[in-house]
Design a protein around this ligand. Structure first.
Ligand code: B30
Ligand code: ZN
Length: 250
C-alpha cells in the first residue's frame, strides 16, 4: 500500500514509467462523445447491489477505499464474457475520465474481477480480468444524502496519524451510488489507473452523472497521507490510440 508514487511533484504520474505497463491501452482517457460508436451492447446486470452491506473503509494513502463484507456481489451482461465479482470501491478527486474535455469533481470506481480467476491480483494479469464501473459526480448546490455514510466515515480516517480504517454497519447499498439509468454507458478497453497500470480493464463509464456538493467534495480533499494532504488523486489522460469508445443505447 505505502509506495513511492503519488500525484504531483517528484513522485507524480510523469515518474510512473518505471512502475507502469506501457502499452496501447492505458487509462483514463477523454471520452469524445461525438466519436463514440453507438451500439446496443446489452444492459449490465447488477446482482445484489440493492442489499445493505457492512464493510470497512480505508485511507490507504492514495484513495478512500471501501470493501464490503458478506456475500459476493455480481456484475454480468453488457456483452461481458463472464461473471465479475465486486472487489472494492474507491474514489478519485477530481474525476479521472473527462467527457468532451470536462473534468467533474469526483469519480467513483466499482472494481470487479472475472470469477474465472482465483482472485483480483491474478485477474489483473489477463486482458479481460477486470471490470471497473465508473460513476461521475457533478457539482450541485445540495448535499447528496447517499454519500453521507461514506463521508462521515471518511472524516474518521482522514488524519494519517491515527486510525486509517473504520467499520460501517449495514449502511452500504451499492445501488444508491449508481445513477438511476444504470444501463447507459461508455465502454472501452483500458488499464488500472495506478501503478502497475495493468492493461486488464474493461471500463464502463456511466452516462448519467450523480450530484455532489462542494462541501462534500471538500471532505475528500482533506484526506491526508504520509506527505500531507492528498489534494487530488487523478491520473492525467492517456492516449486513445487505435481504440474505440462504445456508447450503449437501448
Ligand atoms: S482503478 O480502478 O483503475 N483506479 C487497483 C484497483 C483499481 C484501480 C487501480 C488499482 C488495485 O487494486 N491495485 C493493486 C493494489 N494496490 C492497492 C491498494 O489497495 O492500495 C496497490 C498499490 O498500492 O500499488 Cu496501494
Ligand atoms: Zn480508481
Amino acid at each position: 500500500t505505502a509506495s513511492e508514487w503519488g500525484y504531483w511533484g517528484k513522485y507524480g504520474p510523469k515518474t510512473w514509467s518505471e512502475l507502469c505497463a506501457t502499452g496501447k491501452r492505458q487509462s483514463p482517457i477523454d471520452i469524445v462523445t461525438e466519436d463514440a460508436i453507438r451500439i446496443d451492447l446489452g444492459a449490465l446486470k447488477f446482482d445484489r447491489y440493492d442489499f445493505a452491506f457492512s464493510g470497512s473503509l480505508i485511507n490507504n494513502g492514495h484513495t478512500i477505499q471501501v470493501k464490503l463484507d458478506g456475500v459476493p456481489i455480481h456484475l454480468s451482461g453488457g456483452s461481458l464474457p463472464s461473471v465479475y465479482v465486486l472487489e472494492q470501491m474507491h474514489f478519485h478527486w477530481s474525476a479521472e475520465h473527462t467527457v468532451d474535455g470536462v473534468r467533474d469533481p469526483l469519480e467513483l470506481h466499482l472494481v470487479h474481477y472475472n470469477n474465472q480467476y482465483a482472485n483480483f491480483s491474478e485477474a489483473t494479469q489477463h486482458e479481460n480480468g477486470i471490470v471497473v464501473v465508473a460513476v461521475l459526480f457533478e457539482f450541485n448546490n445540495y448535499d447528496n444524502p447517499d454519500l453521507m455514510p461514506i463521508l462521515e466515515t471518511t472524516k474518521i480516517v482522514s488524519n494519517w496519524v491515527g486510525k486509517n480504517m473504520a467499520q460501517m454497519r449495514n449502511k452500504l447499498i451499492p445501488l444508491l451510488l449508481l445513477p438511476k439509468d444504470h444501463t447507459t454507458y461508455y465502454s472501452y478497453e483500458g488499464s488500472l489507473t495506478t501503478p502497475g497500470c495493468q492493461e486488464s480493464v474493461m471500463w464502463f463509464v456511466m452516462t448519467e452523472k450523480l450530484p455532489i456538493s462542494e462541501a462534500q467534495v471538500n471532505v475528500f480533499r482533506h484526506v491526508q497521507n504520509s506527505n500531507g494532504t492528498l489534494k487530488y488523486n487523478y491520473r492525467p489522460k492517456q492516449e486513445l490510440g487505435n481504440r474505440k469508445v462504445h456508447h450503449r443505447l437501448e
